[in-house]
Design a protein around this ligand. Structure first.
Ligand SMILES: Cc1ncc(COP(=O)(O)O)c(C=O)c1O
Length: 417
């Protein structure tokens, strides 16, 4: 069969898969340019169509007209936990355990120090040498301040390492999905191993929240952090979230003791007393335009179960991998082929990965590059269809076959890659 025939056959199958998907129709909830296949929702999610009107209302009515009264009238004060519960539903956390606040980096700092205080006398923290850099930097810094020692152990070796460290272990801190390769790690198994030696587990959900049934409560997680601007579509700089399991909340002493985490913030007392429940994870006044934009963004998930979202995600990434195979694209996959071992992205390796990504972007297929040789393509199942996946695979083939990536303009790097 010619490439064209193969592409037509794949597209016909993809069209059927889109029609049968539990997520059919969700693409219409997003504002995306017609000439773009957006495969970077794991970096900055697309704009949900519900957001602009809400932000306009917050600016013009809630802020412009109602002014300070909106803290009560529009419940700005309760927004961080209200939106936290919406995120909680998507990551398998019962209400009252998630707060939308700060950045992932800051929340990780709070979580690591808080975990150390929950496990006094234990001195070791395990984390992944291949973590996103902020996880390494913040874990190192927080551990240093808490008198803990960080050991870098790859998640594939975590269970054995946990048993070896034994009762010196305070915390394991891992990402559930590797940001570069898209590999999904076994949250329940690593958490269970940590609990078996009396330690805690903290999970970074930046690349899993909004695309899979993370199951924090069911998996026994103690703490978790994650981004609001990736698959949750909260917009650039959207606040992140922090999960503290209910059973730890009374004893969770986080280091950033800001007034909004106080038990009685408006009594303006000179000494800190943590609020009951998840509110103690708050710090200072949040960026409300962004918190409320995230709340509006999450309406795209109404009526969808995390299991359906996961099924659609795997179906779309599987379609992309199958299409690459059928079209004869011969690049090594950095992402596991087994569905149960991958998140919602497909990463390919190429020695000129940066230039390949630029050539794809010039064709309207927007993904990103990660050092050293990764073409990273994220498939947000709410707005990336099976047909998009097939078209993207054809673009990859054409960029490679035509050696388009060798054009000099594709070697130029901006500040953000
Ligand atoms: C795994 C992981 N953690 C953290 C971050 C970023 O954290 P922050 O929200 O503090 O910028 C990213 C961003 O890409 C990430 O991929």
């Amino acid at each position: 069969m010619t490439t064209l025939h193969t592409h037509d056959a794949l597209t016909a199958r993809a069209t059927e898969a889109d029609a049968a998907s539990p997520l059919r129709g969700t693409r219409a909830l997003f504002t995306l340019p017609d000439d773009v296949i957006y495969l970077d929702g794991n970096s900055l999610g697309a704009l949900p169509s519900a957001v602009p009107a809400v932000v306009q209302d917050v600016m013009h009515r809630q802020w412009g007209e109602r002014l300070i009264r909106s803290w009560n009238e529009a419940d700005w004060w309760g927004a961080q936990t209200r939106v936290g519960d919406l995120v909680g539903r998507l990551v398998g956390a019962a209400p009252g355990q998630v707060v939308v606040t700060d950045s992932t980096s800051v929340n990780l700092f709070k979580a690591v120090i808080g975990a150390g205080r929950l496990r006094p006398g234990r001195r070791v923290v395990l984390t992944d040498p291949d973590s996103f850099p902020t996880d390494l930097y913040m874990t190192q810094s927080a551990a240093g301040l808490a008198g803990l020692e960080v050991r870098r152990v790859h998640p594939r070796d975590a269970v054995a390492a946990i048993a070896e460290v034994g009762d010196a272990l305070a915390l394991v801190s891992y990402s559930s999905v590797d940001y570069r390769t898209g590999e999904l790690w076994d949250l329940p198994a690593i958490t269970e191993a940590a609990h078996a030696v009396g330690a805690l587990a903290c999970w970074d959900l930046c690349h899993s929240a909004g695309v899979m049934d993370v199951g924090l409560d069911a998996g026994g997680a103690d703490l978790a952090v994650g981004c609001g601007y990736k698959y949750l579509n909260g917009g650039p700089g959207a606040p992140a979230f922090l999960y503290v399991a209910s059973r730890h909340q009374d004893d969770f002493e986080q280091p950033l003791t800001g007034w909004q985490g106080h038990a009685r913030p408006f009594e303006m007392r000179p000494d800190y007393e943590p609020a009951p429940g998840i509110n103690r994870a708050r710090v200072g006044t949040p960026p409300l335009l962004s918190v409320l934009a995230l709340e509006a963004a999450l309406t795209a998930y109404e009526g969808l179960s995390p299991a359906d979202v996961r099924a659609a995600s795997l179906s779309v990434t599987g379609t992309f991998i199958d299409a690459l195979d059928a079209l004869g694209v011969d690049l090594p996959l950095a992402t596991p082929r087994e569905p149960e071992r991958r998140g919602s992205q497909v990463s390919l390796r190429h020695p000129q990965a940066f230039a390949v990504v630029q050539a794809l972007i010039a064709r309207g297929v927007i993904g990103d590059f990660r050092e050293p040789d990764i073409i990273r393509l994220g498939f947000a199942p709410l707005y990336v269809t099976h047909v998009d996946a097939v078209s993207a695979a054809l673009h990859v083939k054409e960029v490679l076959d035509g050696r388009e990536f060798e054009r000099p303009e594709f070697a130029e790097r901006g500040a953000v890659t």
